[in-house]
Design a protein around this ligand. Sequence first.
Ligand code: ADP
Length: 401
Amino acid sequence: MAEIKTQRLDGYRRLIEIARDLASTLDLDMLLQRIVHAAAEVSGSEAASILLYDNLTRQLNFQVATNLDEPTMRGLVVPLDNSIAGWIVLNRKSVRLANVQDDPRFFGHVDRMSGRPTESLIGVPLITKNKVVGVLEALNKEHGKFTEGDESMLAVLGSQAAVAIENARLFQQSDLISEFVHELRTPLASLSTATYLLLRPEMSREQQEQIIHNIHSETLRLNSMASSFLDLARLESGRVQFRKTSFNAADLLFECKDIMNSKAEDEDVHIRIEGSESMPPCEADRDKLKQVILNLLSNAIKYNRPNGSVFMSASATEPNVCMTVQDTGIGIPEEAIPHLFEKFYRVHDAEGNPSGTGLGLSICRQIVQGHGGRMEVKSKVGVGTSFTVIIPRSGKTTPVR
Ligand code: ADP
């Protein structure tokens, strides 16, 4: 008896240490990793996982687990009905089961994808400010059975984790919002100057038309900045789920070429696709990857020269698929390359250069990394640039290094 009490006291001491650690972590990905490791530790289980609840779509998205290949599982949608995690969200109660396979609510999809059977389980709701943010699950007790003590330890950890998740999200959003507001100042100032000038009596008709044209393109840019900003905010908060299907990467390039052809013609740029129609299929979120390729292609046209070219190609190796968009444009100075994927970063931001938001490449990188992939850039000023997207071909492989 005395031994059990000491064990529990040690456990609670450990919980206090963990709580401090969680409270000081504002990076959401790192925080989720720390929570699942702590959950496995305090409950003495083989593995633990977190699902985050999106109350806009009313869906639960699998986020991280101690024992699984993260990019494969991330974003996997677990239904609210017919799943234990869904039951926990809807009933705001924890669950302790000795054998999940016997439970009619058990949603076996995660097991099937991971190839690791779950036997016993404790799941607790993550609730903060009366809002369910997700579910924390401990899977397979290492020795013996899950006890009531394990359940209450996990519940305490869950309540600390929920607060920490909410704080990390708020921090991330406030960081992003302050950057956004900062970026809004310049276009708003130029719009205000433009309207002031329009009201000056000495402006000729021609000058007025030019100003109106500038106002129009600046408002279009602000609009696209707002949409990109929302895209990025959703991607950064981990709320975007990737809906993977099997498709041919070369077909995707042809489709993107068709969409951008008329823009390329307007800019006097020729798009060519090289080879490889007989590619093996890849598994990924086709719409999201289309967004990536369209963005790269749009840049390759925008930062090109008259009579320039864009070459696109797709290739597959055993674990990966690569898609390259190469242009004969103005190029990017070496010192700018490390900053390219930063939010709002623009190399060619001077007057007379193509307009943009500086968010496109950040979005591309978030999507590619969400697939466990990476992006490569090669560029030479005055010669051209190539961007390559590399992602695991089967949604199941380990991250690309
Ligand atoms: P933007 O909306 O400004 O195009 P991106 O995030 O897509 O934003 O790109 C960031 C910056 O990287 C661009 O402003 C541009 O200076 C540079 N860049 C991107 N793609 C190319 C390219 N193909 N050639 C030259 N510069 C590029």
